[in-house]
Ligand binder design. Structure first.
Ligand code: NAD
Length: 490
């Protein structure tokens, strides 16, 4: 299962009003981390491109009848679109693996399928959505109607370009909105092809648009008066800027899916330590640790620390780095800036007293690709850089605890709260930990999101607010209107 990177010619530019369009803003270069000799010359959306796109989206949502039509009519198109995505699975997976960090084999097994699943799931939510009639005296009637916002700006990061875009555009469209998506400037290609398939499925032109570009394009989109709500996934620092811009320009509602510093809390009675070690390693090395909900802190009960550590190290030693078109377990780090950042944090962490137990070095291969060794640092210092910073690389911070209370205190992070895992064979311990971990998601004897759309996902505190997925991830694209009727009862 592979592809020849030199033969792929991806769709380019933006997708506006149902067609591919060249952009007219500043040029930028895009390099594949798996094939650094390949450089794509792209252009960002200019202010005129953004104005035109938002105006087309706003016109389309009214003229197409998308908001007003029966949810079943929208659902029919979304189902057809999902079937087309499934049918083009390999082609889309290649575009995903061409410039990002997602291995082709994982993109075919998961990422592209998740796009189709999201379209189907949110079609189902649209068809089954209900509003309320509230309790009033007989001569009055009060009911709520959930109305689409209009035009949604969706801004996505590079680490799971397809999945994280689908978490936004599928529910926003299903709810009756138009969408202007700005993918990461590092990974714009795969989603363009998905958008084209939407038109083939019968989606009215102008409802789903894509504007390429970096942060400036994202900021201009957030500020645009034609944008009614903003759905953002990215770093905590950028999320704060998005919130400030949205507040300053129309007090638009925002939802923010941001960074994490997730704990893997392992009690000594955890069943099957081999399986736990598999999940710990997957939790910090999947996508080379470039995962918002990475289990980047291993908080383990002292009695099993040595045994678990040895199982984790064994597995880390067996990981294989390589380009995204090979069946690798450690794909490339996305770019030189991110690699330098990982290196710098590891260096600062050891300077500040963290003990380096394994790894700690970048790996460069003859083709100029960059990887980072699976790394374990040990420290109990909550001022250490490896504790405070989201590293976004395969770097695990180890700490130990004795009592349940100490374990919970160490697993809870003062700033981040996106996802955490707890491993124990005692159901009471597991449920008490799930209650006390201050995190948007808690996995029990597990790490990682199932490819399932029903469970909402989102963080607390500096990990953001608002949910993607689940009914909450559908409802956020609707505004609730209360209608109050004074009836003349004969
Ligand atoms: P980033 O914040 O640098 O960029 C995210 C997106 O925002 C990109 O499209 C970027 O071009 C755009 N952007 C940058 N500056 C902007 C601005 N001022 N206004 C509007 N848009 C702007 O993040 P990244 O490096 O692409 O992604 C990695 C980060 O995303 C990590 O912190 C990770 O934890 C987070 N993330 C969170 C989730 C989640 O569900 N919580 C999922 C994946 C990634």
């Amino acid at each position: 299962m592979s592809f020849d990177v030199n033969t792929i010619s991806p769709p380019r530019g933006g997708f506006v009003g149902g067609c591919y369009e060249p952009m007219t803003g500043a040029p930028f270069e895009l390099r594949s981390p798996s094939a650094p000799h390949i450089v794509f010359e792209e252009r960002s959306a200019s202010q005129e491109d953004i104005d035109r796109c938002v105006s087309l989206a706003s016109g389309a949502v009214k003229s197409s009848g998308w908001a007003a039509c029966g949810p079943r009519d929208r659902a029919r198109i979304l189902h057809r679109w999902a079937d087309l995505v499934d049918a083009r699975l390999e082609e889309i997976a290649i575009l995903e693996a061409l410039v990002g960090s997602r291995p082709y084999h994982e993109a075919t097994e998961r990422d592209v399928r998740v796009v189709a699943m999201a379209l189907r799931q949110f079609a189902a939510y649209a068809e089954t959505h209900e509003s309320a009639v509230t309790a009033t005296p007989h001569h009055q009637l009060s009911y709520t109607r959930d109305m689409p916002y209009g035009v949604v700006a969706a801004i996505a990061p590079w680490n799971f370009p397809l999945i994280l875009s689908a978490w936004k555009f599928a529910p926003a469209l299903a709810a009756g909105n138009a969408v202007v998506l700005k993918p990461s400037e590092l990974t714009p290609f795969s989603i363009l092809r998905v958008a084209e398939l939407g038109i083939e499925a019968g989606l009215p032109k102008g409802l789903f648009n894509i504007l390429p570009g970096a942060g400036g394009t994202g900021a201009a989109l957030v500020r645009h008066p034609g944008i009614d709500t903003v759905s953002f996934t990215g770093s905590t620092v950028t999320g704060a800027k998005v919130m400030a811009e949205a507040a300053a320009h129309g007090l638009k509602p925002v939802s923010l899916e941001l960074g994490g510093k997730g704990a893997q809390l392992v009690f000594a009675d955890a069943r099957d330590p081999d399986h736990v070690a598999d999940l710990i390693v997957r939790g910090i090395t999947y996508n080379s640790g470039q995962v918002c909900f990475a289990g980047s802190r291993l908080v383990v009960q002292a009695a099993i620390r040595d045994r678990l550590l040895s199982l984790v190290e064994q597995r880390m030693n067996g990981l294989v780095e390589g380009p995204t078109w090979q069946k690798v377990s450690l794909p490339p780090i996305i770019n030189a800036t991110q690699l330098a950042r990982i290196e710098a944090i590891v260096q600062t962490a050891t300077d500040q007293g963290a003990e380096l137990l394994c790894g700690g070095e970048p790996i460069a291969d003859a083709q100029g690709r960059s990887f980072f060794q699976p790394t374990i640092l040990q420290s109990s210092d909550t001022d250490n850089a490896a504790y405070r910073e989201e590293i976004f690389g395969p770097v695990l911070l180890l700490d130990t605890f004795e009592s349940f209370e100490e374990g919970i205190a160490k697993a809870n992070h003062p700033e981040f709260g996106l996802a955490a895992s707890v491993y124990t064979s005692n159901l009471d311990t597991a449920l008490a930990a799930a209650d006390q971990l201050d995190s948007g998601t808690v996995w029990i004897n597990h790490w990682g999101r199932a490819a399932d759309m029903t469970s909402p996902f989102g963080g607390v505190r500096r990990s953001g607010f608002g949910k993607d997925m689940g009914r909450a991830g559908y409802q956020k694209y609707l505004k609730t209107k209360s209608v109050w009727v004074e009836r003349a009862v004969p």
